[in-house]
Each structure stands twice: as structure tokens, then as C-alpha cells.
Design a binder for this molecule. Structure first.
Ligand code: NAP
Length: 275
């Protein structure tokens, strides 16, 4: 495979104004994508920063705003993508509501769950169905590809409010992705990348307990980075990776089964340089 496997292809990344979405967009451009839609919801400044980084790799970014909680906004965004880019080879459904670090953090469990459901699930499914249909309409030697962002603990479950709201939503979007792969093969490849503890906005402000827990729950004894996730997404969506579809891949540094929440010092043996 070449170092620029995405050369002369077009891509869309939702939620590309920060974090994992930005890392994916920049990595795609570094790997040859020539035109890319940088989607954002409220953070236009962040989207501009992502666009600048994409330009440095020779790509032409197109900024587009959309609130995935609003079906009309979703439909307008989809139209905009397919009217501005003739062929879209790679579509990344990364956008997700932040209910942990924004003003949403002070809301009730029910309000957070409702927002996550409307953005990460209903809006994402609405958009993905439109995009999948359009992408399959363009015959090409290499089938186009779509990727979703899940969560590594969605099926096993996690204690507390965060587990009870993220797990059902991310498990559902993963199940949808699997069904879309079944519906669309061989004309469209569909996969899910499920990140573990990745140091984005919430991770940056995590307290001592969660910092230790995130590092300890990975066999690699560190937080994941947005670039770690982007590498997984690029593997799944590499246009030459034509036998890879219908998969769920965790990017979490390997789950540490010996983790003990109450006594982290007892399970890990000697500290490593990452801990
Ligand atoms: N970080 C982790 O540890 C982790 C673990 C597992 C899964 N994930 C998933 O990975 C994805 C990216 O996470 P991240 O940590 O990079 O998050 P992030 O930095 O908060 O980025 C989230 C992105 O989603 C967009 N977004 C938020 N609300 C939206 C809405 N109503 N409509 C459309 N777009 C909206 C944001 O746009 P604006 O900022 O422009 O409003 C932003 O671009 C999410 O789906 C998340 O659930 C993350």
C-alpha cells in the first residue's frame, strides 16, 4: 500500500472542529485526501483550525455547520456535501454530544440521555442513511467506505450515569453500523471504531482517580490520543482495504482485565514509565 492511499479522493468528517474528529480529518489529508468537508456544530473557530491543518497537507477543506439534533439541518448538510463533492469515498460519522464538559454537565440524567440519543444516534442514523445511498450511487473500482465512532465499554457496560447513558447509545449506533454494512455490501464498506479512554476535553480535566483509572484500564498503561483513534479509522477506511467491512474494532490499548477500581496499586505490579 502507498503512503498516500487516499490520493485524489474526497472525504467528509463530522465533528471535525476538535478532538478525535480533527485528528481524523488531518490524518486523511496527510494520507492524500484532496477535498474534505470539515463539519462542526458550534465551534467555527475550531473548524477553521482543523481546515488550516488540512491545507498544510495540500487538501482543500470545505467548512459546513449542522446540528445533528435537528433533522432539517441534517438534510441540508447532506445536500451541501453531495452538491459540493461529486464523489465521496470516505465518510466518518464522528460527531457526538458533549454532556460532560459543557453547560450540559449540570443537567439531569434524562436531559443528557435525550441529547445523546438525538445527536449520536437519531441524527447520525438519519445522516448516514442519506450518505450511504448517495455514496453507493457512484460506481467505482474501489468501494467507498463509512466509519462510525462507538465506545469500547458499550457492550460490557460501565457503572454510574456515564455508563448508563453512553453504553446504550453507542451500542445502538454500533448495531446500526453492522446492519448498514449488511444492507450495503459490496457497494459500501461500513465499520465501527470503538475508542477507549481518549484524552480529549473531558480527559484533560479528569481528576486523579479517573486519570489513574484510564491509564490502568489499558494494557499500554496510558491514555489514548486522538491520533491513536485516527490510525484505527484510517485502517478501516483505507480504500485499498476492500475485504474489511462489518467490523467493530476497539482502539483502547488492550483492555486490562486485572484492573481493580478500589485498589489500583495491587494489580499493576511495578509502575511503568507511562504510569
Ligand atoms: N474521548 C473519548 O474518550 C471517547 C471515547 C469513546 C468514544 N468517543 C466518541 O468519539 C467522538 C469524538 O469524541 P471527542 O472526544 O473528540 O469529542 P469532542 O472533542 O467533544 O468533539 C465532538 C464533536 O462533535 C460535534 N458535535 C457536538 N454536538 C453536536 C451536535 N448537536 N450536532 C453536530 N455535531 C455536534 C462537536 O461540534 P462543535 O464543537 O463544533 O459544536 C465536535 O466537533 C464522539 O462520538 C465520542 O462519543 C470518544
Amino acid at each position: 500500500m502507498t503512503s498516500r492511499p487516499f490520493a485524489q479522493t474526497n472525504a467528509v468528517v463530522t465533528g471535525a472542529s476538535s478532538g478525535i474528529g480533527r485528528a481524523i480529518a488531518v490524518a486523511l489529508c496527510r494520507s492524500g485526501v484532496s477535498r474534505i468537508v470539515i463539519h462542526y456544530c458550534r465551534n467555527q473557530r475550531g473548524a477553521n483550525e482543523t481546515a488550516d491543518q488540512c491545507r498544510r497537507h495540500g487538501a482543500e477543506p470545505i467548512l459546513a455547520a449542522c446540528d445533528l439534533a435537528d433533522p432539517h439541518s441534517v438534510d441540508r448538510f447532506a445536500n451541501q456535501c453531495f452538491s459540493q463533492l461529486a464523489d465521496i469515498s470516505t465518510w466518518i460519522n464522528n460527531a457526538g454530544a458533549d454532556v460532560l464538559t459543557t453547560e450540559m454537565a449540570g443537567k439531569s440524567f434524562a436531559e443528557k440521555l435525550a441529547l445523546l440519543t438525538s445527536v449520536d444516534l437519531l441524527g447520525t442514523i438519519r445522516l448516514a442513511r442519506i450518505a450511504a445511498e448517495q455514496m453507493m450511487a457512484n460506481p467505482s473500482d474501489l468501494p467507498p467506505s463509512m466509519c462510525f465512532l462507538g465506545w469500547d465499554q458499550s457492550c460490557g457496560g460501565m457503572e454510574g450515569d456515564a455508563g448508563q447513558m453512553f453504553a446504550p447509545v453507542k451500542a445502538a449506533i454500533t448495531a446500526f453500523a453492522k446492519s448498514l454494512a449488511q444492507s450495503c455490501g459490496p457497494r459500501l464498506r461500513v465499520n465501527t471504531i470503538a475508542p477507549g479512554w481518549i484524552r480529549t476535553a473531558w480527559g484533560e480535566s479528569a481528576d486523579e482517580y479517573w486519570d489513574a483509572r484510564a491509564k490502568s484500564q489499558s494494557l499500554m498503561r496510558r491514555w489514548g490520543t486522538p491520533d491513536d483513534v485516527a490510525r484505527g479509522v484510517l485502517f478501516a477506511t483505507n480504500p485499498h482495504n476492500t475485504f474489511f467491512t462489518g467490523q467493530l474494532v476497539q482502539v483502547n490499548g488492550g483492555w486490562n482485565r486485572r484492573f481493580d477500581v478500589d485498589a489500583p496499586e495491587t494489580f499493576g505490579g511495578a509502575p511503568t514509565k507511562h504510569s
